[in-house]
Design a protein around this ligand. Structure first.
Ligand SMILES: Nc1ncnc2c1ncn2[C@@H]1O[C@H](COP(=O)(O)OP(=O)(O)OP(=O)(O)O)[C@@H](O)[C@H]1O
Ligand SMILES: O=P(O)(O)O[C@@H]1[C@H](O)[C@H](O)[C@@H](OP(=O)(O)O)[C@H](OP(=O)(O)O)[C@H]1O
Length: 626
């Protein structure tokens, strides 16, 4: 049993970071003043638990002015419509561009963001990026996938299903945000908060990125895959998936295979694909019902005729009809409950810090440092790579940042969190450790678990290590120090969570992990590589980037079973602005005092390892017999 740790007592990184920032920056500059004021206002907020977006100590304004807010986009759209142009076709053009990651387009879309929907993909279709044909997963790909699962078995308790999302009614938006709405039009936060945050607006906002119904399916799909993963027979499922490939659009259809596994096919289908998704929840219930193994159920009465064999006697038929009715009730409930079920998962970081909300949003525990960054990023060249920021919300006395849910609408999302940079501690943390070396027993425990020989004799005697020492050890034993990034965790398509990458540090190990993560699918790897190139171009354009020390931030890689892929920048809880006159390069080694984070070093090596993975995947696919 691991003893109660300081970690569980002090759980909000942002609060800690803000204080650190305040203490160790040079006095006398505007930044210092801002941080001091900001820290004291935060301390005030912590006391009162009242948010302060209108706080005069807030970061220099301007962030939200250009925020790509839905009203702006929508008004532009409607203007165009009233000018005689077809709003839909404008959107279609924007959507077409969504799937083009070429750097030129990326920049262009940034500059044009006020005139069309923000050309930002939820997930780019790997085919659209590559114009390559979708390959059905081959035996090798499936084996590779399973191999990774076998290689890194995950204890059941790590397969997490998130808590139910918070119903809108239970939420109250920050009072101060509300106040800001009433205040003058100059307030920039008000601009963002003016967005009527109801389902209809979100629906419009998400148009072109997420079809709401598809989103529900995506989440439910994830839940399915978690269950499926536990049963685990991927090959078999793939086979069934093909053999049950009849297509009915706009009809919710349930069918069953010979052995009683049930599939759902329905109105959320896309035009260009045909898919039956095994539905374990339904499967399990149906499997245990007398109507299970050889029957099918369909909502439409015409099709339900096929359900019953001619030889069935009337009584049996009536009995079955009765069951069908109750199934119908059950299915209605399912339709309803899909809105509240989800397989959303927080892969890395402080568990519970990020939670699923509704309407395509997640809530992240409020951290002023991160909040300020996110606002700035909404009007930066990097906005295409950052989840949309919707302001704050208070719930049960806790403040949260409202962010776009990057997994919404995805089918069986496969996720990888890569922590970027050559170090994961701020310079302030080192200085603090020198003066006040707080010893952490939880970190000692984690260290010993991975490598019993890692602590020094003194640390063994104390049964504790300082946080900086732990973070440095983490950086050195993983690929952070050497490659400028590390893999924090992966969620496979069946919902299995892999977090044991503590000792993944060589290029070969990382490449192998990239191959397993993508199941050696070349088009997925190429889509990722393309997205990284686009990110690299956007970083050159970004003013935010050169004025911030980015520590502990991650790139979230996401793809799904419909061959779409995307990469997002997340977690700015330890990202702090540089002093006025300092611009960072991000591509030079860190030495204490230069504040460099090595973000570009990490991006470069990640890109080159992706290329290596592409090369290996291509070679291996050519070796496969046809
Ligand atoms: N906008 C989002 N949409 C979907 N999932 C998200 C989003 N933001 C974060 N997550 C999930 O939550 C995880 C942790 O996020 P994040 O790194 O921001 O949290 P954190 O607690 O600040 O982490 P750390 O402890 O590393 O500072 C991510 O790995 C990802 O799985
Ligand atoms: O990866 P691990 O082994 O789980 O270790 C955690 C990780 O390094 C986090 O980045 C760090 O939070 P910060 O980045 O916010 O410092 C956290 O510190 P904490 O326990 O003090 O929160 C560590 O426990």
């Amino acid at each position: 049993m691991v003893p109660a740790t300081p970690k569980s007592r002090v759980k909000f990184p942002g609060n800690v970071h803000a204080d650190k920032t305040k203490k160790h920056l040079p006095n006398g500059n505007a930044y210092m003043t801002w941080l001091q004021e900001f820290s004291s206002s935060r301390a005030q907020n912590n006391k009162t638990q009242v948010s302060s977006v209108s706080d005069e100590n807030f970061h220099p304004s301007g962030f939200m002015k250009d925020l790509d807010s839905p009203p702006e986009r929508m008004s532009t759209m409607s203007e165009k419509k009233s000018n005689g142009r077809d709003g839909e076709s404008i959107r279609d053009v924007a959507e077409d561009k969504m799937f083009d990651f070429s750097p030129s387009l990326n920049n262009q879309s940034h500059h044009n963001k006020n005139t069309v929907f923000r050309a930002r993909p939820k997930l780019a279709d790997a085919h659209a990026v590559l114009s390559s044909k979708l390959e059905e997963p081959t035996e090798t790909q499936i084996n590779a996938y399973e191999e990774m699962e076998d290689m890194k078995p995950e204890p059941l308790e790590r397969v997490c299903v998130d808590p139910l999302p918070i119903p809108t009614g239970a939420m109250t938006e920050d009072k101060d945000v509300e106040e800001q709405r009433v205040k003058g039009s100059e307030n920039l936060v008000e601009e963002g908060s003016k967005v009527p945050l109801n389902a209809a607006t979100r629906k419009s906002l998400w148009r072109g990125k997420v079809v709401p119904k598809e989103g529900m399916r995506g989440r439910l799909g994830g839940l399915e895959s978690i269950d499926e993963g536990n049963e685990g027979d991927f090959n078999k499922r793939m086979h069934r998936k093909k053999s049950w490939g009849t297509k009915h659009r706009n009809v919710q259809t349930f069918g069953s295979s010979q052995d009683g596994e049930h599939y759902m096919q329905g109105s959320m289908e896309r035009d260009d694909e045909e898919e039956l998704v095994p539905h374990p929840f339904l499967s399990r219930v149906l499997l245990h019902s007398s109507a299970s193994s050889s029957s099918s159920f369909n909502n439409s009465s015409a099709e339900s005729d096929e359900v019953f064999s001619e030889s069935e006697d009337t009584a049996a038929r009536r009995q079955t009809m009765k069951k069908c009715r109750s199934w119908r009730t059950f299915l209605t409930m399912m339709q309803w409950s899909k809105r509240t079920q989800s397989s959303w998962i927080q892969l890395a970081g402080h568990q519970g810090n990020v939670r699923l909300s509704e309407g395509g949003e997640v809530l992240k525990r409020f951290c002023k440092v991160e909040d300020v960054c996110l606002q700035a990023l909404m009007s930066d060249a990097l906005c295409q790579f950052v989840p949309h920021y919707f302001g704050h919300i208070s719930q049960d006395g806790e403040r949260y940042i409202r962010l776009e849910d990057l997994l919404s609408g995805l089918k069986h999302p496969v996720i990888m969190d890569c922590k970027m940079g050559v170090r994961t501690y701020q310079e302030e943390e080192i200085i603090k450790a020198r003066t006040n070396a707080n010893v952490r027993s939880d970190m000692y425990q984690k260290m010993v678990k991975v490598d019993p020989a890692a602590p020094t004799a003194e640390e063994h005697a104390k049964r504790g290590v300082t946080k900086v020492r732990y973070l440095q050890w983490r950086d050195d034993s993983s690929s952070t120090s050497s490659l400028g990034f590390r893999i924090e965790g992966i969620v496979m398509g069946n919902g299995k969570v892999l977090r044991d990458f503590y000792k993944t540090h060589t290029e070969a190990q990382v490449t192998e992990t990239l191959l397993s993560f993508t199941r050696r699918q070349v088009h997925i790897l190429e889509a990722y590589e393309s997205r990284l190139q686009a990110l690299s171009e956007a970083l050159k354009e970004s003013t935010f980037f050169y004025k911030h020390e980015i520590i502990g931030s991650s790139l979230l890689f996401v793809h799904d079973c419909s061959s779409k892929a995307n990469i997002w920048m997340i977690d700015f809880g330890k990202t702090i602005p540089t002093p006025e006159d300092v611009q960072l390069r991000h591509d030079v080694p860190w030495v204490e005092g230069n504040r460099e984070d090595g973000y570009i070093i990490g991006l470069t090596s990640l890109t080159s390892l992706l290329r290596e993975a592409i090369k290996q995947a291509r070679e291996q696919s050519q070796e496969q017999p046809l």
